[in-house]
Every structure is written in C-alpha cells, then in structure tokens.
Design a protein around this ligand. Structure first.
Ligand code: NDP
Ligand code: 8X3
Length: 255
C-alpha cells in the first residue's frame, strides 16, 4: 500500500516542490495551505502521476480549523506516515525597536504555534501505530541570529528546540524526527518577507547561485528513504556561495 505524507504549505516553494517529488515517488498526499485554487491545481497536476491527493485548505494559525480538518479525515487518509511541517514565513526585516507587532504575531503564530497545532493533531495516530516520521523545516536563521532577523530567528530557534523535544518525547514510539535547515532558497519567501516588494525580494538572490526549492525536496527525499533504524537528526543545507546567514560570495555588487 502506498504511504501517506502530509505537507503543510504546499501551495508554493519548498512545500510544493516536496509534494511533486513525493508524488513522483508514489506517495499519496495530504496537501495544505490557505490558497485553495493553488491546492486544487496541484491536486489535478499530481494526480496525473497516479497518486491520490487530498487538498485541505486552512490557516495553520487557526487551532480550531486545524483540529477540525485533521480530526475528520476520511478513513483511508487517517494513517499519516510522514508529516512535513513546512508552512512558515518571515514578515519584515527590522531592528527590534522599529519592528511591527503584527509581523511578530504572524511569524510566531505561523512558524511556532501553527507547527504545534498540526503536530498535536497528527502525532497521536503515529503514537498509536508505533511508527511515523516528522520533518520540520527550520532554517539557518534557527542556528545563527542575524541583524534585524530577531523574531524570525527566534521562531526558527524555537523550531530547533521543538524538534529536539519531539524527538525525546516520541522516542518510545519509534517515531523519527528530523529538522532540515536551509540557507537562501529562492521561493516566494522574500516576497512575503518584504510585503510584496518584488524589487527588494529579487535583490536577496542577486549575484550568487541560490538554492531552489527542489534542492530541499531532494534532501527531504534522502531523509525519507533512510532505513527505519536510521534517523537524520539535523541537516543544514546552504548554497555553496553562502557561508553564514549573512556572508555571501556575490560575483558582482547587486545594488
Ligand atoms: P513560500 O513563501 O514560497 O511558501 C510558504 C508556504 O507556507 C506557502 O505554501 C504558504 O501557503 C504556507 N503558509 C504560510 N503561512 C501559512 C498559514 N498561516 N497557514 C497555512 N499555510 C501557510 O516560502 P518557502 O517555501 O521558502 O518556505 C517554506 C519554509 O521554509 C518556511 O517554514 C520557511 O521559513 C522555511 N525556510 C525558507 C528559506 C528560504 O530561503 N526560502 C530558508 C530556510 C527556511 P499559503 O500562502 O497558501 O497559505
Ligand atoms: C530563511 C533564511 O536566513 O534568509 O529562513 O532568513 S534567512
């Protein structure tokens, strides 16, 4: 029987690329996000690969919506083998004294509380079955704090801590827990961070070869395909031209 993976934030970027990779490899997929049209488009596209796709449209910040969606899964979707906690965002890039509490709340509610709500809904089934795999998408921002990254970095440090906490708590049940921490990946991430300012977002990736979403999907595939006695705890994946969160080798001045 085909395995089932649930990917949060599948409407764009890393989540969408991961969904495509897993569909290619024969996984049935529960795909989530807020943009319903994109979820439906993805369902139609991926089902051409002879896998089944269940699109679930909800905001991970809405605990009631998360609980309702995931507690009412049709019988054939209830055995989730792999949970990929990917939905997340940065909002703004400001010094703390100039930061906007709306941005802070969006990041904390999505990256931290949203990940918790989804995990809380999915893990009891894994515990009952004594198997499962959870992959949390952290960030280099959860390993190093950088100027003006303050709250985004704090949420990704929290993902790092939660990944370790989950691994400890789920140890007796044979559930594998992994964190993948990418450096700069060109997705909609910077467009979202800069509130739709495409010119500012584009500059982030100028002058060096960034990662693409498919690179992270390949890392996820590596983690998923290890034998069941092998767990990858933590994987930091950077562009070759990026040494730290802020140090890039740009071949020309992007400005
Ligand atoms: P994108 O903006 O391209 O994709 C983000 C995804 O998250 C979208 O599918 C979006 O779906 C979903 N999402 C955001 N907020 C919510 C919400 N409240 N409820 C449900 N879904 C939500 O960014 P990336 O693919 O780059 O980001 C994916 C993850 O990777 C994030 O956790 C990010 O922090 C992390 N990351 C990204 C890096 C990068 O350089 N790009 C580097 C390191 C980590 P929708 O809008 O439809 O709800
Ligand atoms: C995204 C990477 O360092 O640009 O998590 O914030 S960073």
């Amino acid at each position: 029987m085909s395995k089932i993976a649930l990917v949060t934030g599948a409407t764009a970027g890393i989540g969408e690329a991961t969904a495509s990779k897993l569909a290619e490899e024969g996984f049935n997929l529960i795909l989530t996000g807020r943009r319903e049209a994109r979820l439906l488009h993805l369902k139609n596209k991926l089902e051409q690969r002879n896998v089944r796709v269940l699109p679930l449209c909800f905001d991970v910040r809405d605990e009631t919506a998360v609980k309702q969606s995931l507690s009412q899964l049709p019988q054939e979707w209830q055995q989730i083998d792999i949970l990929i906690n990917n939905a997340g965002l940065a909002a703004g890039l400001s010094s703390l004294h100039e930061g906007k509490s709306d941005d802070w709340n969006r990041m904390i509610d999505t990256n931290l509380k949203g990940l918790l709500y989804v995990t809380r809904a999915v893990t009891p089934g894994m515990v009952a079955r004594g198997s499962g795999q959870i992959i949390n998408i952290g960030s280099i921002a959860g390993k190093e704090v950088y100027p003006n990254g303050n709250v985004y970095c704090a949420t990704k440090y929290a993902v790092d801590a939660l990944t370790r906490g989950m691994r400890i708590d789920l140890l007796p049940y044979g559930i594998r827990v992994t964190q993948i921490c990418p450096g700069a990946v060109e997705t909609e991430f910077s467009l979202v961070r800069f509130h739709g300012d495409a010119s500012r977002a584009g500059k982030v990736y100028e002058g060096f070869e960034n990662l693409v979403a498919g690179d992270i999907a390949e890392c996820i595939w590596f983690v998923v395909t290890r034998p069941s006695h092998v767990n990858v705890n933590d994987m930091v994946v950077m562009p070759t031209a990026q040494a730290t969160a802020t140090l890039f080798h740009r071949t020309y001045n992007p400005r």
